[in-house]
Design a protein around this ligand. Structure first.
Ligand code: SAM
Length: 178
């Protein structure tokens, strides 16, 4: 997001057939809620075009990248790594420390899984963070995490070069071309 250190989201895992919409929605939620890019690992790369299509239609900046080496992407990240997992420490207990580092200028990589996440990812992360210690979803946990990180300021993010702009309505739908 403009005026903040870089935030990237690494989407680990993708079960073809089962995770198509989830991987797409990880990318769309990352974009809508203030991240600068998403990195799709291995089979998740198949969703890149769908996410890029939304960037093309509704604006950016937002980058979509793919990798066959998610561990290298994580290991080579020059900043803090936050792995979102129901087994981690409660977000409300650690978000202050994470935000302090972030606001001091450290880029942040948020990591979300699909199926079982290998244990070395837990070890490689600087923070293993839980959005409640209950099982739910990578899209939900990413959304809550980004909103807490940015303290709601991502909701006012401005978009560059959109082809479509939604005009907020109390009823109905209105979309204009700028
Ligand atoms: N059982 C899997 C495991 O061993 O990690 C989790 C699968 S879950 C359907 C998919 C992803 O959602 C997880 O890898 C994690 O990133 C995210 N997730 C699910 N519940 C979460 C929670 N309570 N807090 C943070 N992230 C969560």
């Amino acid at each position: 997001m403009q005026g903040t250190p870089e935030v990237a989201v690494l989407r680990l895992g993708h079960r073809p057939g089962r995770d198509e919409r989830m991987t797409t929605h990880v990318g769309l939620a990352a974009r809508a809620l203030g991240a600068d890019r998403v990195i799709l690992a291995r089979e998740g790369a198949s969703r890149a075009g769908t996410i890029e299509d939304i960037v093309d239609r509704f604006g950016g900046p937002f980058a979509v990248e793919t990798t066959d080496s998610p561990r290298a992407a994580l290991k080579d990240w020059d900043g803090a790594v936050v792995h979102l997992t129901m087994y981690g420490l409660p977000i409300q207990d650690v978000e202050g420390e994470i935000r302090t580092t972030f606001e001091a200028g450290t880029p942040l990589l948020a990591v979300v899984g699909a199926g079982k996440v290998p244990f070395d990812i837990y070890e490689a992360a600087d923070h293993n963070v839980a959005v409640t210690n209950q099982p739910h979803s990578e899209v939900a946990s990413l959304a809550v995490f980004l909103d807490h990180l940015f303290e709601g300021e991502e909701l006012d993010r401005e978009w560059e070069d959109p082809k479509h702009v939604v005009v907020p309505q109390s009823e109905g739908k209105q979309v204009k071309e700028p």
